[in-house]
Design a protein around this ligand. Structure first.
Ligand code: SAM
Length: 256
């Protein structure tokens, strides 16, 4: 794409408060190249237009950094359901001081991620293949992360069950959302309560091309009960708080 045409990225980043160094621009340029090359060969992302990649992938991911100002260097961040690396990899380019775990369940995407990371030469990034429901039961991952990020993986009530268990007490979960975010948050209240989360803020992203995008920030205020997350597939099959056929609100515990 050439450095000159990363104009949208450069301008958008500066509006968010980040002046990209030539090295950072070079990393984004490489990322865009690897992404477009692989997208043709495997169905990695629906967004391939170079301008859209800059706004809907890169800037949308970078916006998360604005809520991480108080997060100290060396902190561990996990990106749950990272796909082709969003939002984790752009975040790592903006905050190279953070340590990153990219979690993804699909093998071909994991292969892409290894290839991408080798290309970008980023340090302090680990790729883990698995489902969030299983990996969050591993004590090396459970309640270990001060920051959990996840984009476009599930509606909020489901997403919380996949993310909150990774977050340590006092940490936060950041999920970019668009659409009827107020309603989504409302539907997620039972899940927040059950999992030990509390809504901290819903911050609007003020950038051209990202109208209606909101960063939902959740604080981890209580330990997640051991029965969560439920086994793989259950969080989306029977979201916490959803009314079942009998009109009962599900906590997922007494599942029929
Ligand atoms: N986060 C990326 C983005 O915003 O471009 C990818 C979004 S993609 C729509 C959803 C990704 O989450 C897919 O790559 C899928 O394999 C992964 N995923 C969905 N459920 C998951 C789970 N339970 N555990 C781990 N990964 C999951």
């Amino acid at each position: 794409m050439g450095l000159m045409v990363l104009k949208l990225l450069t301008e958008g980043s500066s509006q968010l408060g980040y002046t990209l160094s030539p090295q950072q621009l070079r990393l984004f340029e490489l990322y865009a190249q690897v992404l477009s090359y692989w997208s043709v060969r495997m169905n990695l992302t629906a967004i391939t237009d170079p301008e859209e990649v800059q706004v809907k992938h890169f800037l949308d991911s970078i916006a998360i950094a604005t809520v991480l100002n108080g997060v100290p260097p060396e902190s561990r961040v996990i990106d749950v359901g990272t796909g082709a690396g969003f939002p984790g990899v752009p975040l790592k380019v903006i905050r190279p001081d953070l340590r990153l775990v990219l979690l993804e369940s699909i093998a071909k995407k994991v292969t892409f991620l290894h290839h991408l990371l080798a290309h970008l030469g980023l340090d302090g990034v680990e790729v883990v293949m698995g489902r969030a429901e299983d990996v969050a039961r591993d004590l090396a991952f459970r309640e270990q992360f001060p920051v959990v990020v996840s984009r476009a993986v599930a509606p909020l009530p489901v997403l919380l069950e996949l993310t909150v268990p990774f977050c340590r007490l006092g940490g936060m979960i950041v999920a970019p959302k668009s659409g009827d975010v107020i309603k989504e948050i409302d539907l997620a209240r039972p899940a927040l309560e059950v999992l030990g989360g509390q809504l901290k803020e819903a911050r609007k992203v003020e950038l051209a091309g990202l109208e209606g995008h909101v960063l939902v920030v959740v604080s981890k205020v209580a330990s997640t009960p051991p029965q969560y997350p439920r086994r793989a597939g259950m969080p989306s099959k029977r979201p916490i708080g959803e009314r079942g056929p009998g009109g009962r609100s599900s906590t997922g515990v007494a599942s029929v």
